[in-house]
Design a protein around this ligand. Structure first.
Ligand code: PLP
Length: 472
């Protein structure tokens, strides 16, 4: 494809993308294709000769879009929002044009420096403490990862190494040191709750350390509290285990519960661990109009990552590695030492475009609007307590509810039928979970295209269908 061909193809593709967004509500939210549908539509080998763009583009609508579940659809109420926006898409376009594996500062200084700057902006937007700023007092800073799961593995590796450094005597012979570390590693345990996202367990599996999920209770709104954590820590101690990592969550996966951070701090202080590492991660690609992937990980001291993940290999030593000297404003760093992969994309560009296009106020307005939709939905649910019971929420933009029944089994069966029924309508898509044996529907109102009329329509569909189920 030459420049003229690209111009034509790009104009036509962008027109098509705009039309996709403008008409998205006419599509079924969830894809209805059969498993394996695509193999029947595509040849078994790549084409020998190149094909004209028009043919390729035609196949987007004919073959790919039927297999897409539309996360930007106003009737998408499942899981969590996975927002995108035009400035974010433009950021990706430039980023792919400037493609490079920008693992060190010199591989593209702008890629590294913009990332550090926009993550400082994000830390300030979120009101994070100064320790997470690249210019902060503890030499902290942020790094963009592909996903929260990658971020948790990264943080856990650093936490494991830091814990071992701080708890291993320094005067051991090499052999005694190795034996000591091997024994200690077998007792180290990563903690989370039964409501924590899968990433903590997965990180523990990858690292080969123990994992323990602390059960949380309905009466605590499924949040981790001080007494529950204190009891779990005491239990670990009694079993000779050494907790070295804990995930606390602000908005858990199933119910958007907020763990009791102050209580957790108090429980940890009395447990008296070595200096906490304190990493914070949030996915901008959920609720901040930035498309997947943009998981923003902040650490209180960048050296914890660098000490754990730095590998000295002549080919990658470009001479500019930084440990955030005050003279460079914390901007000269080799991000390969803050992550699992070597290469990295120019992901900060889309964040920069989004923040500049919407401003903090624009992003706040979107979050407040969609949170208010969640509150409206919960209020309407409460007004129909003849049919529904809210189990949790509204929390952020999520309400978790079920259809009432004379028994637990009846309620579960009715709720499952309702969930399947509304999803089969193609008009909305909700997800489900099970809380203490109670089958429940999760209704999220955070998608940018979702307006009050869409939530009203979704509520009406739920009421009508639940009414029929109860009657039958
Ligand atoms: N963290 C929490 C609390 C979540 O609920 C989710 C999504 O369900 C994630 C992280 C996403 O994980 P990842 O970024 O690895 O896809």
């Amino acid at each position: 494809m030459d420049s003229e061909g690209f111009r034509e193809a790009a104009v036509s593709s962008i027109d098509e993308i705009i039309s996709y967004f403008d008409n998205i509500s006419t599509r079924s939210v969830v894809s209805t294709v059969e498993p394996g549908y695509l193999r029947k539509l595509l040849p078994s080998t790549a084409p020998e000769d190149g094909e004209p763009w028009a043919d390729i583009q035609r196949d987007m609508e004919a073959k790919i879009l039927p297999g897409i579940t539309h996360w930007q659809h106003p009737g998408f109420h499942a899981f969590f929002p996975c927002a995108t926006s035009y400035p974010s898409i433009l950021g990706e376009l430039y980023s792919s044009a400037l493609s490079g594996a920008c693992f060190n500062w010199i591989c593209s200084p702008a890629v590294t420096e913009l990332e550090t700057i926009v993550l400082d902006w994000l830390a300030r937007m979120l009101g994070l403490p100064d320790c997470y700023l690249s210019t902060g007092p503890t030499r902290g800073g942020g790094v963009i990862q592909g996903s929260a799961s990658e971020a948790v593995v990264t943080a856990m590796v650093a936490a494991r190494d830091k814990y071992l450094r701080e708890t291993t005597p320094t005067d051991l012979s090499e052999e005694a040191h190795d034996d000591f570390v091997a024994h200690k590693r077998s007792r180290m345990v990563a903690l989370a709750t039964t409501m924590t996202h899968s990433s903590t367990k997965k990180a523990a599996i990858i690292l080969g350390v123990r994992f323990q999920a602390i059960p949380v209770r309905a009466e605590d709104n499924y949040a981790l509290t001080m007494p529950v954590l204190a009891a779990a820590l005491a239990n670990c101690r009694a079993r000779g285990l050494e907790p070295f990592f804990l995930t606390a969550t602000l908005g858990t996966t199933d119910t958007c519960a907020v763990d009791d951070f102050a209580g957790i701090t108090a429980a940890l202080e009395s447990h008296n661990p070595p200096t906490p590492q304190a990493s914070f991660d949030m996915n901008m690609h959920k609720w901040l109009l930035t498309n997947f992937d943009a998981s923003c990980l902040f650490v209180r001291n960048r050296n914890w990552f660098i000490q754990a993940l730095s590998i000295n290999q002549a080919i990658y030593s470009t001479g500019n590695s930084g440990s955030a000297s005050p003279s460079d404003g914390g901007l000269v760093t080799d991000y390969r030492e803050w992550q699992i992969p070597l290469g990295r994309r120019f992901r900060s560009l889309k964040i920069w475009f989004v923040m500049r296009t919407y401003g903090v106020k624009g992003l706040q307005a979107y979050i407040r609007r969609t949170t208010a939709l969640g509150e409206d939905f919960a209020a309407w649910m409460r007004a129909r307590e003849d049919l529904f019971e809210i189990l949790t929420g509204p929390s952020f933009s999520l309400t978790v509810f079920r259809v009432k029944g004379a028994t637990e089994e009846e309620s579960n069966a009715r709720t499952k039928r309702l969930c399947d029924g509304v999803n089969a309508s193609g008009k909305i898509w909700v997800s489900n979970t099970v809380l203490d044996g109670k089958f429940a529907i999760r209704m999220m109102t955070g998608v940018r295209a979702t307006e009050k009329e869409h939530v009203e329509a979704a509520f009406k569909l739920l009421v009508d269908m639940a009414g029929e189920i109860v009657k039958s």
